[in-house]
Design a protein around this ligand. Structure first.
Ligand code: UDP
Ligand code: MN
Length: 469
């Protein structure tokens, strides 16, 4: 068993130490908020002890543990007893399951320090983890900071110093979820030195520090976001759009157990993730929200009442989503200028082309699949470049067979035309997309065969698909 007080290497670079040593001011105190639902005993204890052991006592005002109505008995009286001799630790047992967003808000209500730090319940703080983030926030109260988050192996709990950051956080249009992206040189160039923080469009969401007044001004979290997901996008968008900045701190390090499969996968099928994403889209993304809806074949769900959130945005006089894209994440691509955006359906059997998702077959292929209720699996794009793609995967032809490429086919040469005959005509070979034996997708000489007739859904013309370019 690994000690709940195990040592971690000191990963700080000299320049990071200097940043803290040379700071001549008083760092603000922090309230650390750790929420948990059915967390295992030692990882939880190790999380809490790593905060107590590695935060200067004069900075650590309180650690608030919010038990989100766990069912494990050891997280009730035994946990209270364990921490009873640690006055800095306060435990709140929620009488009902709140979900992570509301649970964090309960912790926030109980917090008193000027800066609040949210952490997960399976983390470990490295030496000197807190001070760099506090240096940033004391410089500007509207700075939201998150640390480097190296992975704690879920089987061995091995944890190493993180490498120099190469990625920051963007998002995808499909789920409006955080995605790691290579940090553009433009952003690196804004830094004075290697200890300077990196402006990031979005954040992972589980671990971050924020000034309580700024969090309050931003309307904390949308409390109607359910269980898990979306809250990090909401906070990221509004931080930038409403006058703050979101930064990744290369000097602050906190390990985290990334679990796979994602324990919250079930929320997809319950529609909770779509609802959270659509709530955020409706409030913050203006007409750019249509790119998200289109990518999901318009699976509109009831997002509930958003009047308060829109009022909040208006009263804070936040900037537009277009401003955010243009100024904070100009590298992020989005499928503007598309003629077709939706299903590619066979006239012969009414099936649609999707990307195979058989886990046991690592090579993904385009395949035909049921199309009665098309979802994000079924949506393809084609615009002026005459290439057909789903996100960064392209439909290409290799020796007469239709295959998938990561990135454009044939150095961006035009590939496809959707013709009046309802052919998907492959320009380089002069042949047509065909369903061959065993539902194989190939190209073959164009005829009048039903196996070569397709319906390619056009982009909706009743909705706006804005572009700032
Ligand atoms: N959590 C919670 N209630 C929930 C779901 C999650 O209190 O309904 C806690 C969970 O114990 C963890 C934090 O919220 O401390 C973040 O969840 P998780 O670690 O599962 O998310 P991930 O890190 O995988 O994104
Ligand atoms: Mn986690």
């Amino acid at each position: 068993m690994i000690s709940v007080h195990r040592r971690l290497p000191d990963c700080r670079s000299n320049i990071c130490r200097k940043l803290v040593e040379n700071f001549n001011g008083t760092l603000p105190e922090i309230s650390v908020i750790i929420i948990f639902y059915n967390e295992a005993w030692t990882p939880l204890l190790r999380s809490v002890h790593s905060v107590i052991d590695r935060t200067p006592a004069h900075l650590l005002k309180q650690i608030i543990l919010v038990d989100d109505n766990s069912t494990f008995e050891f997280l009730k009286a035994p946990l209270d007893k364990y921490f009873s001799s640690f006055p800095v630790v306060e435990i709140i047992h929620s009488p009902k399951r709140l979900g992570l967003i509301k649970a964090r808000l309960v912790g926030f209500e109980a917090s008193v320090a000027p800066v609040v730090v949210f952490l997960d319940s399976h983390i470990e703080c490295f030496p000197g983890w807190a001070e760099p983030m506090l240096v940033r926030i004391s410089g500007d109260q509207k700075t939201v900071v998150f640390p480097q988050i190296p992975s704690i192996r879920k089987d061995t709990f091995e944890l190493k110093c993180p490498e120099r950051p190469r990625s920051y956080c963007g998002f995808n249009w499909k789920f409006l979820m955080m995605e790691w992206e290579v940090i553009p040189d433009r952003v690196l160039a804004l830094r004075h030195d290697e200890s300077d923080s990196i402006r990031s469009p979005t954040m992972p969401g589980g671990l971050f520090a924020i000034h309580r007044e700024f969090f309050q001004n931003l309307g904390t979290y949308d409390p109607e976001l359910a269980v898990w997901g979306g809250e990090n996008m909401e906070l990221s968008f509004k931080t930038w759009m409403c006058g703050g900045s979101l930064e990744m701190d290369p000097c602050s390090m906190v390990g985290h157990v990334y679990r796979s499969p994602n324990p919250h996968k079930g929320l997809f099928s319950q529609g909770i993730l779509s609802r959270n994403a659509q709530r955020v889209a409706e409030v913050w993304m203006d007409d750019y929200k249509n790119y998200h809806y289109e990518r999901n074949n318009y699976n509109y769900v009831d997002v509930g009442n958003i009047t308060d959130r829109l009022q909040l945005r208006a009263s804070l006089q936040c900037k537009s989503f277009e401003w955010f894209l243009k100024n904070i994440t100009p590298e992020l691509s989005y499928p503007h200028n598309m003629t077709y955006a939706g299903v590619i359906q066979s006239k012969a059997n009414s099936k649609c082309i999707i990307i195979s998702f058989d886990k046991n077959k690592p090579v993904k292929r385009p395949v035909l699949y049921d199309c009665k209720t098309p979802t994000f699996f079924h949506v393809w794009y084609m615009g002026a470049s005459a290439q057909i793609n789903q996100d960064d995967v392209f439909l290409c032809v290799d020796n007469g067979t239709v295959v998938l490429h990561q990135g454009k086919c044939q150095k961006s040469q035009p590939q496809w035309q959707y013709r009046e005959e309802r052919w998907l005509y492959h320009t380089p070979t002069g042949q047509c997309l065909t369903i061959a034996a065993e539902s194989q997708l190939v190209v073959s000489p164009c005829t009048n065969s039903g196996q070569q007739l397709w319906y390619f859904q056009r982009r909706r013309s009743d909705l706006e698909f804005p572009s700032y370019l």
